[in-house]
Structures are given as C-alpha cells and as structure tokens.
Design a protein around this ligand. Structure first.
Ligand code: ATP
Ligand code: MG
Length: 572
C-alpha cells in the first residue's frame, strides 16, 4: 500500500517534467553523447595496444589517436552544452514551482492566512523547491549518465568474463536490499529534521521581525528559552540524520570493497588454476570498478528521491490546499448598495460571530459601525472582502450575489485602512504609491493633505524619500496610520473602509481628517469603524452591533434620543 502511495507521489513529482519536455530531450541526447564518449575511449585505448602496437602499424596508431582526440572533443562540447541547458532549466524550474505556489496561496482564504506557519512556508518556497529541482534535473541527468555508462560497461564485462560477472551481480543485489532498509530510516529522520527546521525558522523569524518589541518588552529571555529548546531539537535531529547518512555510506563502501576482494580472490584462484589469463582478470577488475561507481551512484539516486519525496509531499500539501472561497466570474462596477441578509458566520464552527445579521450600507453614504471589542466589526469587513464566506445568508453588492463577483474585481474597488497596517521597509513615497507609480505630483500632494500628513512629510529633511524602517519602526503610530490613509485614498475606490484608522491620532488631527474625508468624498460609500464616538457621530447611518446582531440603527441624534445601548456608550 505504502509503495503504491509513494509511487503515485513519485509519478506526480516526475510529472513536473512535462512542462520542460524540450529541455529534457536535448539534455537526454547530450548526456548520452558525453557518457558514450567516456566508454568509447578505453575501448580505443585497447585497440591501440592490441591492434596498432601489436601490428607495429603507424597508420593505425595515428588513426586511433586521432579518434581519441575527436571523441574527447565531441564529449566536451556535449557536456558544455548540457551544462548550459541544465542551468537554464534549473532556474525556470524553480521559478515555475515558486510561481505555482505563490499563485495558489493568493487564491486561499483567510483561514489559511491566519493559520499558516511562516517558517514552514519559507522552507517550502526556498528549500523544498530547490530539493525537487536538484533531483529532477541535476541528479536525474547524472542518473542517466551513470545508467548509460553502467550499461556500456556491462557489455564489456559480459564479453570479458561472464561467471565473474555473476559475483558482481550478486553483490549488487545484496547492496540493493541493504539500501532499501536504510531508505526507510532516512525518510523518517529527514522528515523530523525538516519539521524541526520549520519550527526553528518560524521562531527565529518571529524574533527578527519583532526585534524592537522583544527588546522593548524585556522578552529576550522568554524568546531565548524557547528558541534554544527548538535549536537543540533541530541539532539532535540533524545530527541523527547525518549519522544515518554516514553509516549508510560506510556500509555501502564496505560492501563494495568486499565485492572487489571476492572478485580478486575467486579470479586469482581461476588464474592459478589456469582457466583465466592474468590480462583477463586485470581488465575485468578494472572495468568492474568503473561499473560499481555508476551503480553505487544509481543506488544513491534512490536515496535522493526518497528525501525529495518529503519535500514534494510538503509542496503538494500546499498546492492541494482546497480553495474554500471560490472566485465568481462577474466583473462589474460594484458601486451600489451593500446588503448583508440573514448572515450567520463563525470562524471555527463553535463560537458564533454573527447570528442573523441584517444590514444595508447605502451607496454614497457615510456609515459607522460601532460595538464592543470582539463583536465582529472587522469580521464584517473580512466577509465583504471575501477573505471568508458566510456560513449561511447572503451578501449583495448592487443586487449581485457577492459569490458571483470576481474576487480581484471586488477587492480592486474597495480601499481599506485596516487595523493591521502593513508597511514596507522603504521610503514614504513607495509606501504610499505602492505600484501606482504613474501618479502626478498634484494628486499626491492632494492626498497627503487629505490624510493630514503633508506638513509632517515636508518637515523631514528627506521628505518623501525618508526611510521608515522595518514595519515603520521609525515613524509614530499615528504617522503610520496617516501613511496608510494616504495610500488608501490614492487607490481612489468608490468604497472606502476605515477600521480603527484614526485610533492613534489625537482628537484634533482625527477630527481634521474625518471632516476632510466627509466633505471631499461626498459621492463615495464610506464605512467607519471606531470605538471613539467623536469619529462616528457625523455618519449618516450608525449601526450598533451586539451579540452577533444589529441592535440599533439611526443617526447620532436619533440614537441618542432612543436612549439605548449607543446612548450608554456615549455617556461612558
Ligand atoms: N481568524 C480568526 N479565527 C478565529 N477567531 C477569530 C478570528 N478573527 C477574529 N476572531 C474572533 O471573532 C470575534 C470577532 O472579531 P473581530 O476582529 O471581528 O472583532 P472586532 O469587533 O473588530 O473587535 P475590535 O473592536 O477589538 O477590533 C472575536 O471573538 C475574535 O476573537
Ligand atoms: Mg476589529
């Protein structure tokens, strides 16, 4: 069963070759030519001794010597061309696999983005893919070259001494059985080492990306305690793997020496008994040693494949992750009313976030969504961006079911300033424009003023060229938010969402930005999510969420008059 399962996996792995047929055909021809040249040369040497020198024929001598030079040149050219094709193929190979993985990751849902392990993903993209590439290109062709060499030498060996060949074969069968036993152990220990490396990478990466926070919060000790445990675990596993591999090599070498000793012993006995010439034995031994080299390497290729299958399993695990949020086909202008109808949703099937949520966001109006922390305000945005799908109920955009709309088309038309601001370790300009490089200076200045960050940027010595550090460590929390607001405004979408986008700003700055937004973007649908009620009181419609439902709806004045939950929030 296991073999069939592995065989299926192996065939799948080798199927990748299909995309590179032309390269493989050329590689195949060139490898055969260069290996054949290696086998032919000793044969010509034999001819020089047995024919040219024995006959004392100078013409034959010149002829065979010229043949050696010609075959060498052909072999060298073939091998050079092969190296060129192989290195090109290697790069294309890695690029294709990485793109496949990245494209697939892009199609996955919020479930994946919130549960993945960054260290593991790193290992897949940078180490596993390279492993597969090595096995399917470099090692594959070296396998081919060894195979051609082994078959060629086999023909010579049969021709020289068939019964000695039997000894040689028996030893190779034993070798094969022993190697099979090792492969199992190698697979287990390599898998453990790789897993340990994944966890270690994650932990180191966590520390590296949050270096400042770790130091600031005095968490160095906490980190190192955990880190050393992981480092120790990795070291143990990796030492064990190295030991198994070394032991494997030692056993293989021993068996090879044993083979040579047996051939010389039994062959020597035949020479003494007079049934074999000395020259026959010497040349048989010479050829059989050349034969064992490629055979051993063929067996090692088996080990490489076993190890690479672990890499392939992990790559496949990623590529086969089901796309739970499927994109629709409709490419439409989504600017219209947004309706949540009887929406039920939970992240983990147990803790319900929405239990029958009904809410309408009207085209071109300003909405505010308020409610206690953890009530589901950000979740509402996740559903609107289709990072997750509702469990039941529907979301309609301008009357179209959200599931029928193309996801890219949907996300392109929504600007979001989220609670988690992402910043590049680059200058302010690149952080704001991202790939929107065509932007005019006037438009950029206008947006910077709307986000109330124009004066700050111009007070800096390097202005827009100022580097902001990793995760924007060199700018304040409020400045980060304003950079992120400017970026969202530049996207110029018809739907603008601000999820706690001004929470780190002082009241005055916040008021300036909000009132700017409300006066400039009169014809856009705006969704403001905020705890601070000063932010939301100018909204046309305020929705108050509580326990998975909308419990109050109206403008500030109406809700205050209602003296309900909102009224209490305001008074607190
Ligand atoms: N990816 C996730 N997986 C599981 N549970 C989640 C996930 N994201 C959020 N939750 C849970 O869902 C609930 C709603 O979270 P959400 O982030 O929408 O709250 P919120 O109203 O935006 O809160 P806040 O005002 O603090 O930002 C919370 O109980 C939260 O713990
Ligand atoms: Mg939130």
């Amino acid at each position: 069963m296991k073999i069939i399962k592995n065989l299926k996996l192996l065939i799948e792995m080798f199927n990748i070759i299909n995309g590179f047929k032309k390269h493989y055909v050329f590689g195949f021809i060139l490898t055969v030519i260069s290996s054949a040249s290696n086998i032919i040369i000793p044969f010509i040497v034999l001819k020089i001794f047995d024919v040219a020198i024995t006959n004392m024929n100078i013409y034959e001598l010149v002829y065979y010597t010229a043949m050696i030079i010609l075959v060498t040149i052909i072999g060298a050219v073939a091998s050079m061309l092969f190296q060129y094709i192989n290195s090109r193929m290697n790069r294309n190979f890695v690029m294709k696999l990485r793109m496949d993985c990245l494209k697939h990751i892009n199609k996955l849902s919020g479930d994946y983005y919130t549960n993945y392990n960054s260290g593991d993903l790193y290992t897949i993209l940078f180490s596993d893919i390279e492993n597969i590439q090595t096995v399917l290109t470099n090692s594959f062709f070296s396998f081919l070259s060894n195979l051609v060499t082994a078959v060629g030498l086999l023909i010579f060996l049969v021709w020289l001494q068939a019964d000695l060949l039997l000894i040689l074969f028996s030893s190779q069968v034993i070798l094969f059985i022993v190697q099979k036993k090792f492969n199992n152990e190698i697979q287990i220990t390599s898998e453990n080492t790789r897993d340990a490396m994944g966890t270690l990478n994650s932990s180191a990466q966590e520390m590296i990306t949050n270096l400042f926070s770790f130091i600031e919060n005095g968490l160095k000790g906490f980190f190192f305690k955990n880190y050393f445990k992981l480092e120790d675990n990795y070291a143990k596993n990796s030492i064990h793997t190295s030991f198994i591999l070394a032991f494997n090599r030692a056993v293989l070498n021993f068996l090879n020496s044993l083979t040579v000793a047996t051939i010389l012993g039994y062959g020597g006995y035949k020479v003494i008994a007079g049934s074999l010439s000395l020259g026959g034995l010497v040349s048989f031994n010479l050829y059989s040693q050349r034969f064992i080299g490629p055979i051993t390497q063929l067996a090692q290729y088996n080990t490489e494949i076993v190890t690479s299958m672990i890499s392939w399993k992990r790559i496949k695990g990623l590529l086969d992750k089901p796309v739970s949020v499927k994109s629709g086909n409709e490419e439409i202008d989504i600017f219209g009313d947004i309706e949540f109808q009887n929406v039920k949703f939970s992240y983990d099937k147990e803790n319900k976030v929405f239990d029958n949520l009904n809410l309408k966001l009207e085209k071109g109006k300003v909405h505010a969504i308020v409610g206690p922390s953890g009530v589901g305000k950000t979740t509402l945005i996740h559903l609107l961006l289709r990072l997750w799908d509702v469990n039941s109920g529907n979301i309609y955009l301008k009357g179209h079911d959200i599931k029928k709309i193309n996801i890219k088309n949907l996300r392109d038309q929504i600007s979001l300033v989220s609670q988690n601001i992402f910043l590049l370790n680059d200058n302010i300009y690149n952080n704001i424009v991202l790939d929107n490089k065509e932007i005019s200076k006037e438009k950029l200045d206008e947006v910077l003023r709307q986000a109330d960050i124009y004066d700050f940027i111009n007070s800096l010595p390097d202005k827009l060229n100022t580097m902001i550090g990793e995760n924007g460590i060199k700018v304040s929390g409020g400045e980060k938010q304003r950079i992120s607001i400017a970026r969202a405004l530049l996207k110029n979408s018809s739907i603008l969402i601000f999820d706690e986008a001004t929470s780190m700003l002082d009241n005055e700055t916040e008021e300036t930005i909000i009132s700017q937004l409300l006066s400039v973007f009169k014809n856009k649908t705006i969704i403001l999510i905020a705890h601070r009620l000063s932010t939301v009181k100018n909204a046309d419609i305020i929705y108050v969420l509580r326990e998975g439902k909308v419990i109050e709806r109206g403008n500030h004045k109406e809700l205050i008059e209602e003296e309900g939950f909102y009224y209490n929030l305001c008074n607190v």
